[in-house]
Design a protein around this ligand. Sequence first.
Ligand code: GLU
Length: 301
Amino acid sequence: MAHTASSHYIGRFAPSPTGPLHFGSLVAAVGSWLDARHHGGRWALRIEDVDRTRAVAGADSAILRSLEHHGLSWDGDIVYQTQRDDAYATTLETLIERGLAFPCSCTRRELKATGHPGPAGIVYPGTCRDGLAPGKRARSWRLRSPDTPCTFTDRRLGPQQADIATEIGDFIIRRGDGLFAYHLAMVVDDDDIGVTDIVRGADLLIATAPQMALRDALGLPRPRHLHLPLAMHDNGRKLSKQTRAEPIRDVDAADNLTRALRFLGHAPPSHLHGAPPAEQLAWASAHWQPGALPEGDRTAA
Ligand code: GLU
């Protein structure tokens, strides 16, 4: 859908504080910032620390510092998911009341034995869908997956379809350790601030259908999605903390930004290469054109 400068646009960047930003996460931040600014929209910032077991002390402040050095200013207060358990609990209650969530007793080991692998891990075989077996206790909560395939259009990748029932199964919304699951947390958080546009890396394309299913179950509007090309290592693996992607250096902010813009198909004119971040970003937000984004994932040159 085409936007105009006056159209209502709320975007966001939602890093997990599992380490400092690397080039791939910088690309996601720059892409979502530019899309928001180009449309005269807001850009919110959320630290996705719902999974306390993965959060690394100090990573959140390192991320904020890097965003500042790269000129990526955000609007409003920063949201920390660790402060939002009440909102997640209320949403879970709503889903339970509507009969859309059910308790599950299955352990990971049991599921490994009974389920088959799918694109996002073991497909839940439906064991507890119709009630817990006698003597079993509830560990996690799952969303009843929709019967019909989920379809949506990505602004770069075009029409998408996923059959959650056969590819993922009823998925976890509250984990066995009591933590709320990422899908539930982000849907509640995005709705709370009225996000209209999600712009993030294509590694999260697979998360989109379950997140849409949750929104549909809650009767929430669906945001638009734009999944950006992924930055890859030379060996074809995606840049991530797991693949030991190097943190970006704040002292190199101007050069990092030129690289990120080039990666996104928006290389600034040569007189702006390495120019102060604010100047590069002003040029790029004026010239932002999602149609110019590269079609495939690419090496982070
Ligand atoms: N927290 C996720 C990550 O750092 C991003 C989630 C999102 O943008 O929806 O990969």
